[in-house]
Design a protein around this ligand. Structure first.
Ligand SMILES: *Cc1c(COP(=O)(O)O)cnc(C)c1O
Length: 383
């Protein structure tokens, strides 16, 4: 064997971990639709015993995401929330987590309405403000949980700085990398200990399945997570693992096209007389642009923007034709969302107003359609 050659991530996404089935040569990794596996003899195993513990299709996906994120251990779950729940189940009553204030609504809900009941404590901080993050850490703090760029305000956290703080204070840095995926950002390389994903978004990429993924590099942590995964059982089914594997193959070209479209749309929105403010990290005037440029290889394709009057919200949502008014993001179809009543309804009004999730804010997940069609659609919806 020659020296291991580092392939481009554009190649890695196409070929996955093994990339093909070693038994048959099938180029599309097979869906091992089996709950259980025959033992060759007493005390013998093929390596697979029961699909909650391990399944070959899931294993291929878990190894693929681990490889892409640059960690040694991957885990696939039934949804992003199942992955996040598993991370939170690592903690004990009395443990404290510093978490970013501009956050996916479901993550806020599971912290406040589920894990707080089990004795976990959370402090919400502005991820852009290192002093605030550091000041929130106290004796019982065990982790910092960061979304970057954040949902839906597109705030950027400096992951290198967060990683250094975590190191100094002996904390885990957990990063929700859903918005950028390892194609654009690899938090483990910047000092994170755990990376979580909603695979329902860019990794799956087609708005056809829910999935959650988790990657770590520390074997001890991986062992604890494997125990939680098999004990709680919220694993991703073989068919859905295959959908994710298929989606990941085109991650690079999808994201390139989505990002290209997003930049053009963000620029167009910025000059529109009925648009107040545009949040897109790819715009040089975005306050997080430089940090993101330094720590990621792209800016993604998520935009949020404020319209000038609240009356325009219903008009835009009802008039869009090519762009679909629906929750979720990251797929090939462009979607528009109204965070205040959809994705962020679980967050109390006071917090929403403080972070900027107001009744004039719309969120756009830019797809791979022809950008002129998307702009024409927004134009007729806003006029
Ligand atoms: C969608 C989403 C989640 C939750 O994932 P599900 O697959 O819907 O359970 C978590 N974090 C972010 C940033 C998301 O966008």
């Amino acid at each position: 064997m020659g020296k291991e050659r580092k392939l481009s991530i554009c190649t890695e996404v196409v070929h996955g971990a093994q990339g093909y089935d070693p038994t048959t040569g099938a180029v599309s990794f097979p869906i091992y639709q089996s709950a259980t596996f025959r033992h060759p003899g007493l005390h013998q195993t093929t390596g697979y015993d029961y699909s909650r513990l391990q399944n070959p299709t899931r294993e291929e996906l878990e190894r693929t995401i681990a490889k892409l994120e640059g960690g040694r251990f991957g885990f696939a779950f039934a949804s992003g929330m199942a992955a996040i729940s598993t991370v939170l189940a690592l903690f004990r009553p009395g443990d404290h987590i510093v978490i970013t204030d501009d956050l996916y609504g479901g993550t806020y809900r599971i912290c406040e309405e589920v894990y707080r009941r089990y004795g976990l404590e959370f402090t919400y901080v502005d991820p852009r403000n290192p002093k605030e993050v550091e000041a929130a850490c106290r004796g019982n703090t065990k982790a910092i949980f960061v979304e970057t760029p954040s949902n839906p305000m597109m705030k950027v956290a400096d992951l290198g700085w967060m990683g250094a703080l975590a190191e100094r204070a002996g904390l885990w840095l957990i990063v929700d990398n859903t918005f950028l995926t390892p194609y654009f950002q690899r938090p483990l390389e910047l000092g994170a200990h755990m990376v979580v994903h909603s695979g329902s978004k860019y990794l799956g990429g087609h708005n056809d399945t829910l999935a959650g993924l988790l990657v770590v590099d520390d074997p001890e942590l991986a062992e604890r997570l494997a125990l939680l995964q098999k004990s709680e059982g919220a694993v991703l089914a073989p068919f859905d693992c295959w959908l994710l594997l298929r989606g990941i193959k085109t991650l690079a070209i999808r994201l390139e096209k989505q990002q290209e479209n997003a930049l053009k749309i963000a620029r167009w929105l910025s000059t529109h007389p009925k648009v107040e403010k545009v949040n897109y990290v790819g715009l040089p005037e975005h306050e997080g642009h430089q940090v993101m440029k330094a720590q990621a290889s792209g800016f993604g394709a998520m935009i949020s923007f404020n319209v000038k009057e609240v009356g325009l919200v219903a008009q835009v949502l009802e008039r869009v034709e090519t762009i679909i008014f629906a929750e979720s993001l990251g797929g090939v179809e462009s979607l528009i969302t109204y965070p205040v009543v959809q994705t962020h309804a679980a967050i109390p009004e006071g917090i929403r107003n403080r972070i900027g999730v107001t009744d004039t804010l719309l969120r756009l997940s830019v797809g791979i359609e022809a950008v002129e069609d998307l702009i024409a659609d927004l134009e007729q919806a806003l006029c």
